[in-house]
Design a protein around this ligand. Structure first.
Ligand SMILES: *[C@@H]1O[C@H](CO)[C@@H](O)[C@H](O)[C@H]1NC(C)=O
Ligand SMILES: *[C@@H]1O[C@H](CO)[C@@H](O)[C@H](O)[C@H]1NC(C)=O
Ligand SMILES: *[C@@H]1O[C@H](CO)[C@@H](O)[C@H](O)[C@H]1NC(C)=O
Ligand SMILES: *[C@@H]1O[C@H](CO)[C@@H](O)[C@H](O)[C@H]1NC(C)=O
Length: 482
């Protein structure tokens, strides 16, 4: 700019006798050149700058980013649960059922239903146990089949193994749904383990329940439904589109095209009202190879939520192992384990793990849990405790395979609610596709509505103090409980 200006000045000085027209035309030429240079520079800048950093300058360490992205949708979040038949708590803490939530999502649907899923066994045909409690699952399948003829129904599912039933998917395909199978075994040596729904690009469900009739009546599950929340639904939709893309390409793009990238992550969460309470929210994805630009990998989120806790970390997961449980040769994996021990020691944070115990629990889980639980010494303010949760089964219920278990996958700290879809062992963060919803409402302590954090804390405390959970002591033997 300076060069051009000086040149213009020089021209004027040397040729004062020049006609005005000549000066005028040179001026125009110079200005035109300037404008072209500017436009080119802008275009190059746009090409070279990743999408998210155009809106959010690179953070200096520890500094909160200026948050320009917010959402004014009237988002309504509902914590939902499946409580297995016969499980009774002495508690007023109850939530609507996942069955009701799925029914109401389907009732809302006007144009599209996108579902990410691990496997489909919504009817009782798979076990041949003639269970009346299969009715809710069968109802969901029937309703979804009816909608498949009327709206766009897309299902991304992990490539079924030869032994896995395919009747439900066949029924849905025949009814007009589009199904794509994702061969995660080939892509990442994992599975597609994610369970979420996106309705009309407006409402979402995410949680632990599989598309399995048992997930509605025989397995304990926890999730969240968020209604009227287009901005969050659009972001979860990007994760769905990634699975949908993989179902077709059967190879992982690197980098992912821009349409899959997100502005919302642990550094720049989406700001939106949840039940009227201003909230910071983001969605995670795993494994990292499935995270487009801007997406927080699930493990990073878990580690940061634990790190951020001031007084407690409560974790309810089915499986907890500091190993890559499906790896051969065996591999130790202690990212989460280390983080829990670290905050227990460095910050005196109270850590509670509520882990599931059932017929299929791996015995090797117990010594590792016992090791964690040994970090307990009130005098030194070390306070990690572990309990095993057992869903009791009558002789008849025992006949149902892969049922009667606490399948929850959530974490609640004094600040954050985290609702995920993954078991907690290395494989789920390194190889397996999963996703989680992270809600931060700490800025709003005076809100009249209960926060998601307070609701999850109440669920955890209900379960922890119930007769169904047993402290893991020195003498715990898996056979005694499960
Ligand atoms: C979603 O918004 C619609 C239209 O404003 C409203 O009728 C409906 O009750 C809302 N749903 C929920 C669950 O808040
Ligand atoms: C979680 O782990 C258990 C035990 O390894 C496994 O059976 C289950 O498929 C895993 N995933 C789900 C469905 O949560
Ligand atoms: C939660 O939000 C508060 C206030 O916006 C922020 O200071 C804090 O870092 C957030 N915590 C996490 C874990 O994102
Ligand atoms: C509920 O309370 C009754 C009476 O105190 C007790 O016998 C029962 O074991 C409790 N059940 C649970 C699930 O905690």
């Amino acid at each position: 700019m300076h060069v051009s200006y000086n040149q213009l000045e020089g021209e004027q000085g040397r040729r004062q006798d020049n006609r005005k027209e000549l000066m005028y035309s040179r001026c125009v030429l110079a200005l035109a050149t300037l404008a072209t240079m500017l436009l080119t520079a802008m275009a190059v800048y746009n090409l070279l700058t990743p999408r998210e950093s155009r809106f959010h300058p690179v953070p200096s360490s520890g500094q909160r980013l200026p948050k320009t992205e917010s959402c004014s949708d009237p988002c309504q979040i509902v914590v939902v649960e499946s409580i297995p038949e016969g499980l009774v708590f002495n508690s007023s803490v109850t939530h609507p059922s996942i069955f009701q939530a799925w029914l109401s999502l389907m009732a809302e649907a006007q144009s599209s239903i996108d579902i990410s899923s691990f496997y489909w066994t919504l009817t009782n045909k798979d076990t041949g146990t003639q269970e009346p409690t299969a009715y809710p699952g069968e109802t969901i399948l029937k309703a979804l089949g009816e909608l498949s003829g009327k709206l766009s129904v897309r299902i991304a599912v992990n490539l079924p193994q030869a032994t896995q039933p395919k009747e439900d998917l066949q029924l849905l395909t025949d009814s007009g749904a589009e199904v794509r199978t994702v061969n995660m075994r080939k892509l990442t040596s994992g599975v597609l383990h994610t369970k979420f729904w996106v309705i009309d690009k407006k409402h979402v469900y995410i949680g632990s329940a599989n598309m399995d009739w048992r997930s509605l009546t025989q397995v304990k599950e926890l999730g969240a439904v968020i209604y009227n929340c287009s901005c969050l639904a659009a972001d979860l939709g990007k994760i769905f589109e990634a699975y949908w893309f993989l179902g077709e390409s059967q190879s992982i793009p690197s980098p992912w095209p821009n349409s899959f990238s997100t502005l919302y992550n642990m550094d720049t969460p989406l700001q939106l009202p949840l039940n009227g309470t201003p909230s910071d929210v983001y969605l995670t994805s795993s494994p990292p190879s499935l995270c487009a630009a801007g997406r927080t990998p699930d493990l990073r989120s878990i580690l940061s939520v634990i790190e951020d806790a001031q007084s407690f970390v409560y974790i309810a997961v089915m499986n907890y192992l500091p190993t890559m449980e499906f790896s051969h040769p065996k591999k130790y994996w202690s990212d989460i384990d280390n983080q829990l021990r670290r905050v227990a020691y460095e910050k005196r944070v109270r850590v509670r793990l509520l882990i599931s115990c059932w017929a299929s629990s791996q015995p090797v889980m117990i010594p590792f849990l016992r090791s964690l639980a040994s970090v307990y010494e009130p005098k030194s303010k070390l306070d990690i405790q572990v309990r095993l949760f057992v869903v009791p089964a009558s002789p008849k219920q025992k006949e149902i395979p892969f049922a009667r278990v606490n399948h929850n996958k959530y974490m609640v700290t004094d600040k954050i609610a985290y609702i995920g879809t993954s078991n907690w062992s290395g494989d789920y963060f390194v190889h397996t596709a999963g996703s989680a919803l992270v809600v931060n409402q700490t800025a709003q302590s005076q809100s009249t509505e209960p926060t998601v954090q307070s609701q999850l804390q109440a669920v955890f405390e209900r379960d922890w103090s119930s007769d169904y959970s047993t402290p893991l002591t020195q003498y715990s033997d898996l056979k005694d409980f499960c």
